[in-house]
Design a protein around this ligand. Sequence first.
Ligand code: MG
Length: 203
Amino acid sequence: MKIICVGRNYRAHAAELKNEVPKEPVLFLKPQTSIPIKGQPFFYPDFSNDIHYEVEVVVRIKKVGKHIAPEFAHKYYDELSLGIDFTARDIQAECKKKGLPWDKAKAFDGSSPVGKFVSKEKFKDMQSIDFQLFQNGEKKQDGNSKDMIFSIDELISYISGFFTLKIGDLIYTGTPEGVGAVQKGDRLEAVLGGEKVLAIDIR
Ligand code: MG
């Protein structure tokens, strides 16, 4: 099982990090070990002093596919959730400056908690999915999939041109604006279409 993440998929978030709006999806991978063991908190890693949350809609792939046309992409998933793409922003800034890969900043142990999956039937339109992230009860990110630069189906199609998608693979579809730092003792909660699907403590 692999995790494919999309970077800079919302204009306002690209702008807040002073990145260009991409002409094609920005992809990176995370290993299975980036998903914390069920029920465990997020352990703040000692190699960073600037861990940020990024809440993202997560799609779970339900059948094997390669070179999937956008019009058939909807047949490859039927469940969604929210995940957090934890990012060591200090390490990432260093990597970007040197033109090096981001892996240390993004793919470390426990960096990709994912919530409870819900059927996509719950949503009338994949391009109108509301989601929020709360930090200690305060709303920090408020997104809607309509603001994605590349839609879920376009992403599945694009990704499958490079990586064969397999059952259980997860796609993190990018974060809206409002990313910020976490501290030990924080609690993050994520709400998808009005339903709380994820809660995680930072230790
Ligand atoms: Mg992200």
